[in-house]
Design a protein around this ligand. Structure first.
Ligand code: NI
Length: 265
């Protein structure tokens, strides 16, 4: 098995002192690599340190919509320095979150656009976090249609109709634990609809543990449960789905398919 958890948060305090254990469990579950996603400068810096310590850990750096109000233009300079490292492979997570509204919506949009254009300029993909804001997100993306980086809608939570529009713009969709939940008919539809060559799997751990771990602390090893569910929904072999989702992750982030890791990021 060659699974890749394309989005998780081993830098989160809930993994403090438990990263080695989580990575061992990951290996045992056939999950060979993972990508950690930044929330602001502090977590991004912690991610950079983890990618240097662990060969199977990659990272993306950026400012989450929750933290948009704390964004400063100088952040981009630091992010550019981090992006010069081999294992820092994208900008994220960036986007809009109208469920929590922890930053004013206009600020969220402005910070999203700055980082979106920055990702394009750096030639790296963007990782989008969108919650209860697909209408505005699609508007922002359309307004910048000619200057979009590659990207992925992480922990995709939208409809098939929105999915179609993101896919038309060339983006990937990444599915997480919620696709395994009982009330997830709409999401299951999107996971079946998504073209196989645009589909990624992730945990977003420590959040959103898949069934039957729901309610527990999530961890990268559980991406196998997400992949199993999608394979079942699509009537595919797990091994085959894992292989394709990993290939997609490597293509999007320009990561080598080989299991040879470079520890000196
Ligand atoms: Ni996340």
């Amino acid at each position: 098995m060659n699974l890749f958890d394309s989005h998780c948060h081993l830098e989160d305090e809930r993994f403090l002192g438990g990263v080695d254990e989580a990575l061992a469990a990951m290996e045992a579950a056939g999950v060979r690599r993972c990508i950690l996603a930044g929330s602001e400068m502090e977590s991004s810096e912690a991610i950079v340190a983890l990618t240097k310590k662990y060969p199977q850990v990659y990272g993306v750096v950026g400012v989450h919509p929750h933290e948009a109000k704390a964004f400063e233009d100088g952040n981009l300079k630091r992010m550019a320095e981090w992006l010069s490292l081999d294992k820092i492979v994208g900008v994220g997570e960036i986007g809009l979150d109208y469920f929590y509204d922890l930053s004013p919506r206009e600020t969220q949009k402005a910070v999203l656009v700055k980082q979106l254009l920055f990702a394009k300029e750096q030639g790296v993909p963007a990782v989008f976090h969108v919650r209860d804001a697909h209408g505005d997100m699609l508007d922002v993306l359309r307004a910048h249609r000619s200057e979009l980086p590659d990207g992925v809608l992480h922990c995709y939570s939208g409809s098939v109709e929105s999915a179609k529009q993101y896919l038309d713009m060339g983006f990937y969709l990444s599915f997480a634990g919620p696709v395994t939940f009982k009330n997830a008919a709409k999401l299951a539809e999107a996971a079946i609809y998504c073209p196989l060559d645009r589909l990624l799997v992730e945990t977003d751990s420590p959040y959103l543990a898949p069934v039957p771990m729901r309610g527990k602390r999530n961890e990268p090893a559980f991406v196998r449960l997400v992949a199993e569910k999608i394979a079942e929904l699509r009537g595919m072999d797990l091994e085959e789905l894992a292989r394709i989702a990993t290939e997609n992750t490597c293509r999007l982030y320009r990561i080598s398919q080989e299991k040879e890791y470079d520890t000196n990021a």
